[in-house]
Design a protein around this ligand. Sequence first.
Ligand SMILES: Cc1ncc(COP(=O)(O)O)c(C=O)c1O
Length: 467
Amino acid sequence: MSVLPLDAPTVLRPRRLRAVPTPTPGAGALPAVVRPDPVPLVTGGLVDYAQLDHGASTPALERVVRAVDAATRTYSSVHRGTGWLSRVTSAHYEDARAEVARFVGARADDVVVFTRATTDALTLLARALPAGTPVVVLGSEHHAALLPWPSADLHRLPVPHDADDALASITAALAALDPARTGGPQPLLVVAGASNVTGEFWPLERLVGAARRHGARVLVDAAQLVAHRAIDLERLGADWVAFSGHKVHAPYGSGALVGRRDWLDAAAPYLPGGGASAAVTEDGTRWATGAARHEGGSPNVLGAVALAAACATLREHREVVAEHEAALTARLLDGLRAVPGVRTYSLLGPDADRGPVATFTVDGLDSHLVAAALSAEHGIGVRAGKFCAHLAVDALLARAGAPGQPTATTAVRVSAGLATTAEHVDRLLAAVRSLAASGPGVAYRHDPEHGWQPLDDPRDLAVTSLW
Ligand SMILES: Cc1ncc(COP(=O)(O)O)c(C=O)c1O
């Protein structure tokens, strides 16, 4: 019997293990997502569900389901046990970390901290800011990127009118805070990779360039970017990136903050406890450094595996996904813009590079009623409201208001993606045309608790337990 030497690493080298022992479709084919059962219509019958709410959460990839199933059959404690399965599970967890690093083009010395989602990742960095750090953020950001910063030196900039306006106001704010001029602390610019309201891609190279020229660091909120486009931290020169598993075709409960380790290592642990502590004596605690410092408690290994399987799949299929989405984007936007009585919205201007997302209103119709009718009568899932970006939506709607006409207070967001077919978009366009021309096809009532509901709905929402 061979015995490992005492000083041998207690964790298997991740590269020797295959975390996802399943074949993958060729890079030329779209990766398969889980297809739900047909859904019932209020008018009777069943229809293929048109999931046009990818911006909120994306359906799981089949490969993710297989990876989670495999991990569920073997999981054991992570970095806490000597048993073989603990070693295997710890290796899967670190393998997942390596894949996430690859997915975002991390530098060799960057740290990957697993979090619950983007909100958690952004809040983690907010808690780790060195005291007095000025933070620059556009008012158009999602609340997760807008709200977690200490108010002491927060520079919230107006919702921009277009990309040049955004660049000008960010550059002016950063120039005024430039440490070379002020002698003060290094500022942080927080910016989305893509808007969750319009799907437009922010000009990251130009924004990071401006930050670099003025001695600022950059955190990219990539929650709406990475399902559609790659990000390469090293090439871009940004300092951190945050994103969520449930927006890249992995289930809920996983996300990551990736980037420079210095501020994170100097900060108090995000979740003090086991794993985050290297040594505890009566005299005090020595905290771990690196990812462990902020991953206190037993980690979400299944979430990490799911996230990594999704990252690997998207990374391997970037071109085919981009082609699929470019066709959807053109179909969706050209189609909506051609419907009389429908207005579409943009933060960055008509020529902005964008993903397959459109935010629109229908003159004279409450956006929540439009969303309810799309669901009940057409089997289409979209989102209505202000999409956790109240300042952005308020500004867009106010700017579009015509004199003498009531201004819409909310909008509808259609967000397509990997699970979307051309038929889904065509069905949406036909439904919007009909809504704009003659309103909903059945009667609806509104109450404050449930919003708009069909007046007479024969469908039975009773679900049987999944277990
Ligand atoms: C741009 C953006 N940032 C952050 C978030 C927050 O993500 P999560 O809810 O996964 O924490 C979202 C969610 O919609 C988003 O669209």
